[in-house]
Ligand binder design. Sequence first.
Ligand SMILES: O=C(O)C(=O)C[C@]1(C(=O)O)C=C[C@@H](O)C=C1
Length: 363
Amino acid sequence: MTKPLEIQSYSEWNLFTRQERPLMIAGPCSAESEEQLFNTATQLKNNGIEVLRAGIWKPRTRPNCFEGVGVKGLPWLQNIQKELGMKISTEVANAHHVEAALKYGMNMVWIGARSTANPFAVQEIAESLKGVDIPVLVKNPVNPDIELWIGAFERLYLCGITKLGAIHRGFSSYNSTRYRNMPQWQIPIELKRRIKNLPLFCDPSHISGHREYIQEISQKAMDLGFDGLIIESHVNPDCALSDALQQITPDQLNQILAHLIIREEHPNNSNNTLIIEELREKIDTLDNTIMEVLTNRMKIIEEIGTYKKQNNITILQPDRWEKILTRVLEEARKNNLSEELVERVFKAIHQASIDRQTDIMNE
Ligand SMILES: O=C(O)C(=O)C[C@]1(C(=O)O)C=C[C@@H](O)C=C1
């Protein structure tokens, strides 16, 4: 889509009366019983949480796991809305879920990571939400594909939904990493750049997979300018029927929020603005130098490319490439620069050289 999406600000969502960051959504991974849900909600509400989340239908990786209580949990949520005055939200994965959720007065729904990865599912959900005026949040797809994520927003938008928000829950990985799902922060950062006014929530519970990392991930999300957090909270996490390790009690959630440092995007006084502006001028000069160096390097790459073509020499020169990489990594170590950074930069430069010389060979 060429025109920017006209997304409504969260101040028009009718969900959060407190509009400061982080906007908070919390609640158990799954609604398990009326008692568990009500007790969790009561404690959350007493701690100032306004929007309750609870999974009713749980897409599980393997069969024979707890797959959610299904529609019987919806009146439990509605009762909380009535008794405690909380806003209620749940995950929907198909048109039946949407219909049932709306019947019980859901204030917000979200689309899960596995559904976002499936355009048919997103299209079905979008069509079933036509004419409905509640916010719809979309989790990133399980695979790190930003176009698929953006495509889901476009499908919803084309069905007339303008109260849209994103949930970053990390990306599946085959390798074992520190977290259950790789954050790949560059993807939500790019999403923010591509859809500027899209409210962005972080789901540290699903990224971490373990409660001990929720604080650090929440802090990072705040430092990257996320608008809100969606965090799994259960009165008795260790006995939770799903995702027990990553859930925290409402009081633990309170502690985490109390320790968050909320920093502002723009400096709050003119002196700070001036200091940053001066430093940014220096950065601009250095960026210009980098651009000049890259341009000159590419000119030489083209010369070598032409020579290789005329003299039947292969593009890839493994020995030379090995020497370059060894030398710059050695420089990186000497200068206390991250070797990972230098390796990534030079691999990108080398790849660009190969691409350019390939074009020359084919001219
Ligand atoms: O040295 C060459 O032959 C080049 O074409 C330059 C260059 C480079 O980018 O530095 C590019 C491709 C080769 O694999 C090795 C090095």
